[in-house]
Ligand binder design. Sequence first.
Ligand SMILES: [Zn+2]
Length: 284
Amino acid sequence: MVKAPDGLMPTYPATLIVLKKTKLGESDLIITGFTDEGYQVRAVAKGARKPSSRIGAQLELYTVAKTLLQKGRSLDIVREATVLISNAGCRSDVEHSAAAAVIVELLDKVTRDSDQEERLFALGKEALRCVGAVELEGLRLITAGALLKIVAQLGFRPVLDVCVVCAAPLDGGQGGAREVEGVQGEMNTQGAAPPAPIAFSHAQGGALCSRCASLEPEGSLVLMAPALLNWLRTLMGSRFVALETHAHAGTEGVATEILLFSKNWLRAHLLVYLKSLDFLVNLR
Ligand SMILES: [Zn+2]
């Protein structure tokens, strides 16, 4: 924070991802940003909606920008802004915008003005770079991976390797599960009988052995193909550069299943509903 002469509010630098832009008055914008120090900031960019505005041009959605902000009574004010990473690919068509919107909406909803979530900044920045760079057919897998990695970073990683209740090995028992998720997982070995699906409880936070599954209330479980569980592990356990090699046309079906899984997981554990996620899933 730079000490200002009497009568002027102090200024401070902030490197941020532009998460949201809200219209204010005739020509101003309120910029919601997530900073590299791990907190959320809202600041007024005066005149930013005028076509000639230099500051407005530097603060496009999904951009990483270096800014100088001035403390204000209610909202801070953007004094300077310079693009560091444009992420122009995130704004290149409706599909890329829809995918990037999911990431920024989640960051907007899970970050606060005081919480320190520094590692989320690096994750969000890399997720947007990846969305901007990937071909259309890989978009859903990258978005699904980004959602799961952010959720895991926040401490809400589903338990997938052993029974979430008793830690026994997963034995493919179905308990009282009815609804089936992920039976089309593309990792099924061809020709052989498909491996038995695994019971999964959003409320319990993971996969269940057959004994524990049988004790869960009716209707509280979903069945997941082992291939889908494998994808969840892969997406959470891989760096984005590795995910980019997986993101191709053959993954769109399984990626959509994972996006729908993520929707239920976010609702159960973070009490978050993402409007942009429904939009992306229903896009095609
Ligand atoms: Zn168990």
